[in-house]
Design a protein around this ligand. Structure first.
Ligand code: AN7
Length: 374
């Protein structure tokens, strides 16, 4: 008999680095432990002299990185005895909230912008039994309403203004450091509401035994610094969609627009934390156009076998540009978070592509089709 090694999810895995104790009722779907995939073909094709990886968090239980934060937020809500959770969402947070609420026996209320979340994400929220409230407004309107209603109704907010979300999400950085045996030189990441970049910086800082102002739970007094995994932290680079790039405008964007609906956000809640992460790490923000990010989504799918949603391609898109220009230095180790799975939004992935050939059910037809392509 071999020793059982059933992975139990990130709260158990990082129990000594998370705010839980023996009596905490852990709510998990075995999230985390996602693949760090070395890109081979794209660096070769573009002549990029770097070691480049994607952290493919689209392989989580609800197919986005949100499961990391939701596992921790719902675990803490359960510990408190909460019966209901609430979030505003561009889609992925609502999918994760719905699934973890189901697991915990709670009700999830999710506020989504009318007509602006892809069908895959909406299907998840409905399938898991969330109460779906479609608002005549955008994500930022939903966020404002959620914060207001939490003061007036018995619901726990599980957006990333909940500090436990960031604690759960910091584990992605810990996994990367463990996988590489060190911190990368650069970490590139899509930025919408700005929780994830803040969470990675907390994780990387903790891994290097360093404090950071990005941590709201400990306020610069991290309790987990005595067990470092490495001695350095990466430069943090946050990329936004050009039509929804408040960090580039240095102020909120009133009417954000992008095909990458996940990051169609104009007033990021973790503004200060994300700013601190970029400043403390000597990093930067930049923006990419919808055309550029869709092209990168397609490149990742067709050249590397990684199918991600449009918002997720933003990190790799920006990274390739900054490696080409030399802003990201030759010889570096570069990791990019790929935040969500392509199956979340199939309509955008195949729009404008001639994707299917219809042929007769005859050997000759199949054969001639093959010969046309090889
Ligand atoms: C695929 O689901 O905000 O900067 O409500 O779904 O931490 O907000 C989603 C965000 C990147 C941006 N990639 O992360 C929501 C939501 C994908 C996302 C982001 C989101 P943050």
């Amino acid at each position: 008999m071999s020793k059982p090694h059933h992975y139990q999810g990130l709260v158990e895995r990082y129990r000594n680095r998370l705010p839980v104790d023996d009596s905490t009722p852990v709510i998990s779907l075995c999230e985390g432990d996602t693949p760090l995939i070395r890109l081979n073909n794209l660096p070769k094709e573009f002549g990029l002299d770097v070691e480049m990886y994607v952290k493919f968090d689209g392989t989580n239980p609800t197919s986005s990185f949100k499961d990391r934060g939701m596992a921790m937020a719902v675990t803490k809500a359960a510990e408190k005895g909460a019966k209901a959770i609430v979030c505003a969402s561009t889609g992925n947070t609502s999918a994760a909230a719905a699934a973890y609420a189901a697991r915990a026996g709670m009700t999830a209320f999710v506020l989504i912008p009318e007509g602006k979340i892809p069908m895959g994400k909406l299907a998840q929220a409905i399938a898991h039994g969330a109460v779906v409230l479609q608002i005549r407004g955008n994500f930022d309107d939903g966020m404002r309403l959620v914060k207001e209603v939490a003061d007036e109704a018995p619901v726990e907010i599980v957006n990333s203004v909940n500090p436990y979300r960031l604690q759960g999400q910091k584990t992605a950085a810990l996994e990367i450091v463990e996988a590489l045996g060190k911190a990368p030189d650069y970490h590139c990441i899509p930025v919408g509401n700005a929780g994830n970049i803040s969470a990675y910086w907390i994780g990387y800082s903790e891994a290097a035994g360093r404090n950071t102002q990005s941590c709201t739970l400990c306020n610069g007094n991290c309790p987990y610094l005595d067990n470092p995994l490495t001695d350095s932290r990466p430069v943090m680079v946050g990329y936004q969609a050009a039509g929804a790039a408040p960090f580039m405008r240095n102020k909120p964007v009133e009417n954000p627009e992008t095909l990458a609906t996940a990051i169609r956000i104009g007033n990021p809640q973790s503004w200060e934390l994300a700013k601190a992460a970029v400043e403390e790490s000597d990093g930067w923000f930049d923006e990419v156009t919808d055309e550029e990010l869709l092209h990168t989504q397609s490149l990742l799918a067709t050249k590397e076998g990684v199918f991600c949603e449009p918002a997720s391609a933003v990190s790799v898109c920006g990274a390739i540009r900054d490696i080409k220009s030399g802003k990201i230095k030759a010889g570096s180790v570069v990791t990019c978070t790929v935040t969500g799975h392509g199956l979340k939004d199939t309509a955008t992935a195949i729009a404008g592509k001639e994707h299917v050939e219809t042929i007769d059910a005859e050997l000759d037809s199949v054969k001639s089709a093959i010969l046309q392509h090889v």
